[in-house]
Write a new protein. Structure first.
Length: 58
């Protein structure tokens, strides 16, 4: 399904997520659109991990 970034149907943020993994010397990246709830959850998790890292936490 191809999403038109100019058409807002309320189901996506207009952003996409990326999943990267490697096998040997090869790096693969898969990109997919994100719904608003998933984008918010991922952003909060990333922010929380960054804060924990800055504070020296785990």
């Amino acid at each position: 399904m191809e999403l038109d970034p100019l058409e807002d149907d309320g189901s996506t943020t207009g952003a996409d997520g990326s999943l990267a993994w490697n096998r040997g010397d090869r790096v693969d990246v898969e990109r997919m659109p994100q719904c608003t709830a998933c984008a918010a959850a991922l952003a909060f998790t990333m922010f929380r991990r960054w804060v924990d890292d800055e504070d020296g936490g785990g």
